[in-house]
Design a protein around this ligand. Structure first.
Ligand code: DAT
Length: 176
């Protein structure tokens, strides 16, 4: 069945603003915000924690089975928010937003969150080396990957407007 609404992935290094964007977009578009981290934790789709990095070792099969059983692949209108993007099947996804942030701003956000040592270092390196942007470009068609800046409140506002416009165009193009 053709989807009525697009599905959007919002990705980027921890602290770039995924939750902030996903919540605002879900509200303004009436889409469902799926925080993958939250689901992994709540549903137990993991094999414990990487102690050094403090991140879950995710059971991707269980996670994908769970998502498959939602209306994501049926009616669409989902915003998937995660610091990885290469595991979602291409056929589910219509737009991949990679949020980016200047490293000094990111440093302040992550230290405010209590990140330090290896966890802080790995995430800073990841942003500087544009790991998520490369992962998105390797995993999805070039046309559906967009890189957006998330440094100020104005950036969030502008990004939300831009995505709203894009969703409108998608609906028109897809006869929805
Ligand atoms: P993520 O979900 O990617 O980890 P977040 O949305 O929780 O990031 O944001 C981390 C912190 O940074 C939070 O305190 C909100 C702030 N923040 C994020 N994007 C911002 C922006 N564009 N302008 C100002 N503050 C921002």
């Amino acid at each position: 069945m053709a989807r009525k609404n697009p599905n959007i992935v919002i990705t980027g290094t921890p602290g770039v603003g995924k939750t902030t964007h996903a919540e605002q977009l879900a509200r303004s578009l009436g889409f469902k915000h799926v925080s993958i981290n939250q689901i992994v934790k709540d549903e137990g789709f993991h094999e414990g924690k990487d102690e050094e990095l403090g991140s879950w070792i995710v059971d991707e099969d269980k996670l994908l089975d769970y998502l498959e059983a939602t209306s994501l692949s049926d009616t669409g209108g989902y915003i998937l928010d995660w610091h990885a993007c290469d595991l979602f099947p291409e056929r589910w996804i219509d737009l991949v937003i990679v949020l980016r942030c200047d490293s000094t701003i990111l440093y302040d956000r992550l230290t405010a969150r209590g990140y330090k040592d290896k966890k802080l270092e790995e995430n800073m390196d990841s942003e500087i080396m544009q790991v998520l942007l490369d992962e998105a470009r390797e995993s999805y068609r070039e046309e559906i990957v967009v890189e957006l800046r998330s440094e100020s409140a104005e950036d969030v506002e502008g990004n939300v407007e831009r995505v709203e416009g894009w969703v409108k165009a998608w609906r028109k193009d897809n006869g929805a």
